[in-house]
Design a protein around this ligand. Structure first.
Ligand SMILES: [Zn+2]
Ligand SMILES: [Zn+2]
Length: 279
């Protein structure tokens, strides 16, 4: 009720751009808000997709601005393991699952796969990195004139390796790969003003959900502290956690920060909340 129950969708406004991160069920209410705000002006936005799991793409058929021909929506993301990016995006609108096909949407929708790990959306520089999650899953970092925002909605600590190549590794080799990946990720996130990070599980829950692709409270805090980010937003709340449980998780995370003696602001991400960054 307080933290919200929709799946992943975050809007970023910066340097004249509207960038939407993932198209989970939260994109429906974003569409309502954008339509209300724009009145009769065209809406132009870029939608960046992290990966193909339902909770990150299922909202697109319910995104109002996609049904208005004056609007322009650029959709970007990476190919999956066995499916191209445009096939992934068309999937939720295929018969018999939905009555309207992707090509019938009236807005100017430009779906293109990303091949580079660094690109521009207008004046906003975007860097991407593949994270530890089943299948292909990207994390993004947006460099805006107000500061940088890192978005890793789905990521498991490298204690468990998801990459296919991990299957044939000895435990020592796997440890080396894990350390290298962790170092790379810390560099990627280093100094972010905001880190929106997968904290689906408590530490106890993580022990029985290892390999499910999601993070825990202590792994999220530890990654944020190592990367010296300014503010951590705990994200991708478990559907079984209610508000009271999420309050406990936020308090546990703050306690870990206090114990570290370092400085980091931690909050639980809340639906509809607006954060303003300024330099
Ligand atoms: Zn996922
Ligand atoms: Zn997810």
């Amino acid at each position: 009720m307080r933290y919200g129950g929709n799946t992943t969708c975050v809007e970023v406004r910066a340097d004249g751009e509207t960038i939407v991160l993932d198209a989970g069920s939260g994109i429906r209410s974003l569409g309502v808000a954008l339509d209300k705000e724009s009145r009769l002006e065209p809406i132009k936005l870029t939608l960046l997709i992290t990966h193909a799991h339902w909770d990150h793409i299922q909202g697109l058929p319910f995104f109002g601005p996609a049904y208005d021909k004056k609007n322009e929506i650029n959709v970007r993301g990476y190919d999956g393991v066995d499916m191209s990016f445009s096939e992934i995006m068309a999937e939720p609108m295929k018969a018999p699952f939905f009555p309207i096909a992707m090509r019938e949407l009236s807005a100017k929708i430009d779906i293109k796969k990303l091949t580079e790990m660094e690109f521009m959306v207008g004046r906003v520089q975007v860097r991407a990195r593949f994270v530890n999650h089943p299948g292909v899953c990207a994390g993004y970092r947006l460099f805006t004139s107000g500061g940088s925002i890192a978005f890793l909605p789905d990521h498991e600590p490298y204690r468990f390796l998801h990459s296919a190549k991990a299957n044939n590794l000895s435990p020592e080799e796997a440890k080396k790969v894990a350390e290298k990946e962790q170092t790379g990720l810390v560099e990627f996130l280093h100094g972010s003003d905001i880190l929106i990070l997968d904290t689906q599980y408590t530490d106890a829950e993580y022990e029985i959900h290892m390999g499910w692709g999601h993070g825990s409270v202590s792994s999220a805090v530890s990654l944020a502290l190592h990367a010296e980010v300014r503010r951590l937003l705990l994200f991708h709340h478990a559907p079984s956690h209610d508000d009271a449980m999420l309050d406990t998780i936020v308090n546990d995370a703050r306690q870990l920060v206090r114990e570290s003696g370092k400085k980091l602001r931690v909050d639980g991400a809340r639906e509809g909340e607006e954060l303003v960054l300024s330099k």
